[in-house]
Design a binder for this molecule. Sequence first.
Ligand SMILES: Cc1cc2nc3c(=O)[nH]c(=O)nc-3n(C[C@H](O)[C@H](O)[C@H](O)COP(=O)(O)OP(=O)(O)OC[C@H]3O[C@@H](n4cnc5c(N)ncnc54)[C@H](O)[C@@H]3O)c2cc1C
Length: 316
Amino acid sequence: MKVTVVGAGVIGITSAIRLREAGFSTDIVAADLPADTAASSVAGAIWYPYGSSPDSRAAGWGRHSLGVFTELAEEAAPGLALKEMLDLRVARGSDPWWADPGRGFRHADGDGLPPGYAGGFLQQTVVIDVVPHLEYLSARFESLGGRIAQEHLTGLDDLAAEGLVVNCTGVGAGTLVGDPGVTPIRGQVVRVGGVNVQRVTIVDEGPLAYAYVMPHGSEAVLGGTRRPGQWDRTPDEAVSEQILEKAVLLEPALAAAEVIGVKVGLRPGRERVRLEHEAITGTPGIIHNYGHAGNGWSLSWGCADEVVVLATRAAG
Ligand SMILES: Cc1cc2nc3c(=O)[nH]c(=O)nc-3n(C[C@H](O)[C@H](O)[C@H](O)COP(=O)(O)OP(=O)(O)OC[C@H]3O[C@@H](n4cnc5c(N)ncnc54)[C@H](O)[C@@H]3O)c2cc1C
């Protein structure tokens, strides 16, 4: 059965890879090629499904994806590294759901932490340098025989008449399939060079929230912002300055860093991920896989494997 994946961000490419691996003749159509995608090419990124609404499916997709990324990092796939992450907390609370002694989970004590923080959690995670990793994913898809065609679609009916469609259009899904629950969540990041920082730091509460440092070799991606409802992708200089100030408080070694780029991306906000098959009479239907908000990298492989289950059923 012919399958067309619409969208070439991390959600579209991982779905397309898994579909090809499962034997489906799959190609991708996308308005933006991987390196120009609104969310995937801008993300920091780390495995950390923060901001997920409580959803047992998302927790499962997240755990599964972490396993896949870890294996890929151990095989030295481009753009991936295993690093320690410090998640700062204002008070000592109960352990997070993702605490895993097998990944070195432990509590950080207050020594040496920025003012306002009583401690935090330390654990190994996967750090993703997104552009080289998207290049790797695209090449892997193409080596399986897949093709990526560039086209902006205004509807999915024509494609659905030809075969199964997998809708991985991120924030574009709002207009494409008329889903009013999809909203952009604007995020700005600053990339710096000339740094020697090894640890990921993330803080989502207290005086420095919301900020993060994600090291990639001698460079690092610093963030961040979360502005729901904003479509404007023009970088804001004042925001970059705030990001840099907070980053230096998190990692004083960054005071000597040199700014090498600023990007703004649009997370595909939605209360929950939409991952389901929509039946359409006379056609194999559409599998929707969008609305991953700030967690798309962290959930990608788990969602991709579920797409294969749904596609197998639709082919039934
Ligand atoms: C600043 C920032 C930091 C982030 N940090 C993290 C992180 O640390 N960890 C994490 O897990 N996640 C993070 N995220 C979130 C993650 O990047 C997204 O959830 C994920 O990239 C969404 O992927 P996607 O493929 O659904 O969307 P996108 O990457 O936006 O791709 C959408 C694709 O659909 C195509 N498309 C859309 N509409 C149409 C149309 N009408 N016709 C044809 N094609 C169409 C686009 O051209 C594109 O190819 C971050 C995001 C941002 C912006």
